[in-house]
Design a protein around this ligand. Structure first.
Ligand code: CP3
Length: 344
């Protein structure tokens, strides 16, 4: 039965009864039950306390017919374990206390052994597998090296990525050393998640769209490739989500992953032609489309499904994370419409 999940079948490009769907950031602030827990606990406490993280992972599944669970955590968890102090400020997003911009700064970081440094993540996965048995499969995840390096070098979110690009161009040795340390950490982290029971893993390259193709090739590609190579021995589907990366698509495919995650800025049908028939495709509903009236949401779901033509290997998702102000009944309507319109 285990391999019979709709979601896992789609990941392997096998026949399904209808297209599976989940939402990036499905565990989070758009749910009042999340906000209620969050009032009582800090964000780090939520990430590091298995009972809380498990509860928050399960919350959206109780409301909606989602076809997969994604463990509640954050891409910044392994960076904190590497030695970087990170704070979550209300409304400002995460802030890195000591940004990494020099060889001396690098000395403050170390590569982690995930089992030792973040055992709580593996505990969350083990509990979730028991809770989800016979229901839906569990997705584990990591940030990709460039996205994580950007956080460390910029000190938080960024519009221009001036510091991380300056480090690349002016101090490539430090940049490459940082990327190596992060890649080793990500490999250890994803291997540990798979060994703990994650049935699918997703690599989030959320900020890579700020780079041109030549820079992607030189400064990003080798690291992402190395991660997928290191995971090759594990027979779990790997999703590679590169945000705002339509101009980088062939390179993203070459870097690795069985399923390519698309943001909403690209045409799914044309993108799949570029990606090729040997890969699945995930996406790509515009998250702000969920603020439209429900009939319009249904129309927009249909449009994407028409582009995918019920081909094996399509996983429906948002083109990026769900926004905290999204009406829950609209998200629910999207999910129900996916199942309804794609029934084979
Ligand atoms: O998808 C899920 O439901 C699983 C949980 C998850 C979170 N973050 C929970 C979270 C996942 C997969 C992430 C990934 C993540 N985190 C990414 C990559 C995905 C993407 O959106 O591109 C990034 C870039 C981050 C970094 C991060 N963490 C940011 C920018 C923020 C602030 C967001 C904001 O709008 O303020 C976070 C915090 C965070 N991560 C929250 C949640 C539910 C909100 C924290 C809170 O309760 O205040």
């Amino acid at each position: 039965m285990k391999n019979d999940y709709r979601f896992l079948r789609a990941c392997r490009r096998q026949d399904v009864d209808c297209t599976p769907v989940w939402m990036m950031r499905q565990a989070g602030r758009y749910l009042p039950e999340y906000r209620a827990l969050r009032k009582k606990h800090s964000f780090w406490e939520m990430c590091k306390t298995p009972e809380l993280a498990v509860e928050v992972t399960l919350q959206p599944l109780r409301r909606m017919k989602l076809d997969a669970a994604i463990m509640f955590s954050d891409i910044l968890v392994p960076l904190e374990a590497m030695g970087s102090a990170i704070e979550f400020h209300e409304g400002r997003g995460p802030v890195v206390e000591r940004p990494i911009r020099s060889a001396a700064d690098l000395e403050t970081l170390h590569v982690i052994d995930a089992e030792e440094s973040v055992p709580f993540v593996m505990e969350i996965i083990r509990i979730l597998r028991r809770e989800l048995e016979g229901k839906v499969p569990l997705i584990g995840f990591s940030g990709a090296p460039f996205t994580l390096a950007s956080y460390l070098v910029e000190g938080g979110g960024s519009k221009q990525y001036q510091h991380v690009k300056t480090l690349m161009y002016a101090n490539p040795e430090v940049y490459h050393k940082l990327m190596e340390m992060i890649s080793e950490t990500v490999i250890s982290y994803l291997k540990a998640q798979i060994e703990a029971g994650a049935q699918i893993v997703q690599l989030f390259d959320s900020w890579v769209g700020c780079l041109g193709p030549l820079d992607y090739q030189e400064y990003v590609f080798p690291y992402n490739r190395k991660i997928f190579d290191a995971l090759d021995a594990y027979d779990v589907p790997k999703i590679h989500f590169a945000n705002q990366a339509s101009t980088l698509l062939p390179q993203v495919v070459a870097a690795g992953g069985d399923i390519i995650g698309l943001d909403w800025r690209q045409d799914l049908k044309k993108a799949w032609e570029i990606i090729g028939p040997d890969h699945g495709v995930q996406g790509n509903f515009e998250p702000i489309g969920l603020f439209a009236p429900i009939p319009e949401i249904r129309k927009r779901v249909k449009r994407i499904l028409d582009q995918a033509e019920n081909r094996n290997g399509h996983i429906f998702n948002l083109g990026h994370g769900i926004l905290p102000t999204t009406p829950i009944d609209h998200a629910k309507a999207m999910i129900d419409a996916v199942h309804e319109f794609s029934a084979r």
